[in-house]
Write a protein of this length. Structure first.
Length: 274
């Protein structure tokens, strides 16, 4: 298995693998140890192959740095990541429904700096690790950040699709992590509210719901930008974020009441303390 992974990634040839296997039988050592002794692989190459073999995402492709905000990758055994896994499991049991394609959820909060993009990106990763084909949409066309977190270009994305200038398939990026796809915000438009208010946004979510198991939508701050509530209503389900010792309780109550009025069903809330 590890030899196949290394051949497919271009790190070894078939002849290299056969040579390593021959010496492995002779010396009784690990495949990776022999490859390193022969100078065919580095320790990072072996870690990369093992990460693919055992679905451990801490080692991505060569030359790709993992943003420190993606804690699921950088700190997979931390208390925070365990909480994110618990959140995923709760959503799977209480919200997710494959039969009705109830699979799109907006991450929403009242103000700035409350952790929407952080929760959205890491939650998307833990869903993809569960084997769910997951799409992360950056619908924050004011101050987008998902393309930065995942090291992507932002010239193509949601704004171009809604404006009718960009093809959907050309705008969705396959990430370095299995089963995770990203739709960046695209070029920042002058009219984000009008774009998400068009019927194309609703149609886009409906179409994508048939292509992906899970859709997570990052949004702008709801207190400042009204399109956040439009996005939440179109997604039909919302996860409400508040930051401990930062978000006024009045703002949370006000947003929750407003979401109920506009059809943004709240499936849960998170008090972010990280």
């Amino acid at each position: 298995m590890i030899g196949t992974i290394l051949i497919e990634s271009g790190k070894l040839s078939l002849e290299d693998v056969e040579r390593i296997l021959s010496l492995q039988n002779e010396k009784g050592k690990q495949f990776g140890d022999i490859a390193i002794e022969l100078g065919l692989l580095t320790e990072n190459d072996v870690c990369f192959a093992l990460s693919r073999q055992f679905n451990d995402l801490r080692f991505a492709e060569d030359g790709i740095e993992i943003n420190s905000q993606l804690v699921v990758i950088n700190k997979p055994h931390s208390v925070l990541v365990e909480k994110l896994r618990g959140l995923r499991n709760t959503l799977m049991s209480c919200w997710f429904n494959t039969k009705t394609r109830r699979n799109a959820i907006a991450i929403i909060s009242p103000g700035i700096g409350e952790g929407r993009s952080f929760i959205a990106s890491n939650l998307a990763i833990v869903f993809s690790r569960f084997g769910e084909r997951t799409l992360l949409i950056d619908a924050n066309m004011r101050t987008p950040s998902q393309h930065i977190l995942f090291g992507l270009k932002n010239n193509l994305g949601l704004s171009g699709i809604l404006a009718g200038r960009t093809d959907i398939n050309a705008s969705i990026y396959e990430s370095v992590f299995p089963d995770l796809y990203i739709l960046p915000s695209g070029v920042i438009p002058p009219n984000p509210q009008e774009l998400v208010g068009r019927f194309q946004f609703s149609g886009l979510l409906h179409s994508l719901s048939d292509q992906f198991d899970i859709i997570i939508v990052d949004t702008p701050a709801a207190n400042f930008f009204t399109e956040a509530q439009i996005i939440s209503a179109e997604a039909s389900h919302s996860l409400l974020i508040a930051r401990n010792n930062h978000t006024p309780s009045y703002d949370v109550q006000k947003l929750a009441h407003s979401l109920k009025q506009t059809g943004g069903n709240i499936v849960g809330s998170i008090l972010n303390d990280f």
